[in-house]
Design a binder for this molecule. Structure first.
Ligand code: NDP
Length: 292
């Protein structure tokens, strides 16, 4: 298993299964299938509505809890010190575990940053109490990180952000490197360029990626995942299909050349697929996270 050592020494598997938009009824099978073919990390979130099924998939796989790295995220509606502590309890109960390996703040709340800071203080408390092994953030931009780092006593272990060949966030990644924060890529194979954009112009149909894939007898998805690994990022590709779940983990037996990596780096368009992080506010994106 290829792992990334986080800034507090915890080992995080470099590739994991994402379950955003995986319906609850498909989640148990997807998770247990992933663990069967060798994955050791599952990335879920309170807002995905499938934490219970993630827990069920882990138990059904027969893989020991200790061999699975579980990652979840607190939704913005649960930000605030006490609410975030309670959000952990909701997630842990649904997952059926005592400890969650990595908990992230799902989004910065730019308009209510004091609530974001209170939520992060709660994560620090959970870390001190041993309820989580590492804490981090997601979708934080450089200014959010600077504001957080100015007051936090724990540097986030991870910032999970949109990174795929068409959107690479180089300035943010440089800041991560300076501060010892691991970049974990969401939409790592550019799924968002397909399900939110024009599928015929998605990363899956990119001629450069296809050419590199052909040279290695691999698929464009495998080339993109290899690119993340060689640049030191974690990645959490999502699929509900057993063949693709296996394909997305079959990325440890080939190496991209420096020229191939440079050719993929050159595909950056600077166009984000997901929402502008500062557009996410309670008014438009708030939703209650149910009790277990
Ligand atoms: P991905 O880049 O993982 O792409 C997933 C899409 O590509 C799905 O439509 C999937 O369809 C398809 N797909 C999967 N494997 C292949 C393959 N080998 N060849 C061709 N198509 C394939 O994008 P996501 O946006 O789903 O992101 C992955 C994960 O990142 C999420 O599940 C979640 O865990 C995390 N995430 C986090 C966000 C955040 O705000 N922190 C935001 C968005 C995602 P199918 O299932 O039919 O195979």
């Amino acid at each position: 298993m290829t792992t990334i050592t986080l800034n507090n020494g915890v080992e995080m598997p470099a590739v994991g299964l994402g379950v955003f938009q995986t319906p609850p009824e498909a989640t148990t099978d997807a998770v247990s299938e992933a663990l069967r073919v060798g994955y050791h990390l599952v990335d879920t979130a309170a807002s995905y509505g499938n934490e219970r099924e993630v827990g069920e998939g882990i138990r059904r796989s027969g893989v020991s809890r200790d061999d699975v790295f579980i990652e979840s995220k607190v939704w913005i509606s649960d930000y605030g010190y006490d609410s975030t502590l309670h959000a952990f309890d909701k997630s842990a109960t649904k997952l059926g575990v005592e400890q969650i390996d990595l908990v992230l703040l799902h989004q910065p709340l730019g308009t209510r940053f004091e609530l974001t800071l209170d939520a992060y203080r709660a994560l620090e408390q959970l870390l001190a109490d041993g309820k989580v092994r590492a804490v981090g953030v997601s979708n934080f931009q450089p200014d959010h990180l600077e504001r957080l780092l100015a007051v936090a006593s724990t540097v986030p272990a991870v910032n999970q952000i949109e990174v795929h060949p068409y959107f690479q966030e180089r300035e943010l990644q440089r800041l991560h490197q300076e501060r010892g924060i691991t970049t974990q890529a969401w939409s790592p194979i550019g799924g968002i360029t397909s399900y939110r954009g024009d599928a015929s112009r998605s990363t899956f149909n990119d001629p450069t990626l296809q050419g590199i894939a052909d040279a290695h007898a691999k698929s464009p998805a495998q080339v993109m995942l290899r690119w993340h690994l060689q640049e030191g990022r974690g990645a959490v590709p999502k699929s509900t299909k057993p063949a693709r779940i296996a394909e997305n983990f079959d990325v440890f037996d080939f190496e991209l050349t420096a020229d191939e990596v440079a050719a993929i780096d050159a595909l950056d368009t600077g166009v984000r697929g997901g929402p502008e992080p500062d557009s996410v506010d309670l008014e438009h994106f708030g939703m209650p996270i149910p009790e277990p």
